[in-house]
Structure formats: C-alpha cells, structure tokens
Design a protein around this ligand. Structure first.
Ligand SMILES: C[S@@+](CC[C@H](N)C(=O)[O-])C[C@H]1O[C@@H](n2cnc3c(N)ncnc32)[C@H](O)[C@@H]1O
Length: 190
C-alpha cells in the first residue's frame, strides 16, 4: 500500500457500467451503514457519483456529500446535482472539510487501493465521525481468478491488510462483510 495508483479520470465512463450496481449493490451499502433520513454521510472518492446517486435515491432525506480530489469527477457529479440528492464537493487529499464528530457514516468504494498511505485519511475519518459512526470500505478482491476488469492484481490490496490498518488506526468492531461480487467489504465503527 505504499505506491499511489490513482484512477485516470479520462477513463471515468468505465465507472458508469451498470454491472457495477450488481457487483456493489447500493442497497447493501445502505443496510450496512444503517442509513436513515436526515443523517449526514460522506462518499470519499465518489468518482462520477454513479454509486452515490443510487444510494442517495434510497434515502432521499439524508445529506450525502460526494467527495473527490479530482476536479473532473466533481464537475461531472455537479451536472446531475438537482435530481440526485447528493452534494458533490472537491476535497484536498487527506482533508475532510467537516467539523469534528459531525458525520454519521462514510463509505469509500474502490478507492483504498489508490491511497499511497491510508493513515492520514483514516485519522481524518475518525475525527469527523460521530461516536458509533460507521465506515465501509469496498475494494477489488486481490485474487488471481478475479474478473478481468479493474486494476491490475499488483495494485490491489488484501482484505486482511485493510482490516489490520483500520485496527491500527483505532477503529473498533472491524469485520469483513459479504454481499459484493469481485469485491470485498470491510465495516468498522468508531
Ligand atoms: C476507481 S474510482 C471509484 C469511484 C467511485 N467510488 C465508484 O466506485 O464509482 C476512484 C476515485 O477515488 C478518487 N481518489 C483517489 N484518491 C483519493 C483520495 N486520497 N481522496 C479522495 N478521493 C480519491 C479518484 O479521483 C477516483 O475518482
């Protein structure tokens, strides 16, 4: 997890492949985070917002901030803003522009393997999460037999390594969760 492998925004249309909604069901994200109306959520590394949008439609009264470090992604998300119930926002790497203990839940989909050093971002996530708040990490399985799409095997991370980093960062109740295809899920609480 040392070298950075950021997604090329020129390939962003790949993120809008409908099969991804079968592999990473938005309902599963909502269930694992126990999402409820009027609560505040962050999608870190939201990309084109393809998955955020579907999650947001299930909980239209929740506030969902869709964050990304890449301006092209945020611009694309902003074009669909009115109908989508999500608030696209450009973020600086490892800085979450939110007050301490102000966020109920956070998800981050196929981003973790792109982080050079995840520790500073995890520290920020802990700072903004309310006590008992949940973090869901979903990323590509690092398996030779994994599907042909997605990043090369050498860029992927093992679920065990993600869990260990979260535990070291002070999250409790770190556990692997099922319900994804070609991807693993890790749920943690603060
Ligand atoms: C493979 S895309 C996934 C997008 C979206 N989560 C999805 O699943 O459709 C990874 C995204 O993470 C963003 N990203 C990479 N490093 C990041 C970081 N440190 N903080 C926030 N976003 C980051 C990239 O700009 C890119 O939009």
């Amino acid at each position: 997890m040392s070298e950075e492998k950021k997604f090329n925004p020129a390939k962003r249309k790949k993120l809008n492949n409908p099969v991804r909604l079968q592999w990473i069901p938005p309902q599963r994200i909502g269930t694992l985070l126990e999402m409820e109306k009027r609560r505040v959520y962050l999608d870190i590394g939201a990309g084109t917002g393809y998955i955020s949008r579907e999650v947001a439609l299930m909980v239209p009264d929740a506030v969902i901030h869709a964050l990304d470090i890449e301006p092209l992604m945020v611009e694309e998300m902003a074009r669909g803003r009115e109908k989508d119930h999500i608030l696209p926002q450009l973020m600086t790497r490892d800085v979450l522009p939110f007050a301490d203990a102000s966020v109920d839940g956070i998800w981050s989909i196929t981003v973790f393997h792109e982080l050079g050093n995840p520790v500073p971002l995890l520290r920020e996530i802990r700072r903004v999460l309310l006590p008992g708040g949940r973090l869901l990490i979903v990323d590509w399985e690092k398996k030779v037999e994994a599907c042909e799409q997605g990043p090369p095997l050498e860029h992927r991370v093992f679920v065990e390594d993600v869990m260990a980093v979260l535990q070291e960062a002070g999250f409790s109740e770190v556990r692997e969760v099922t319900g994804f295809t070609h991807h693993f899920g890790v749920l943690a609480e603060y």
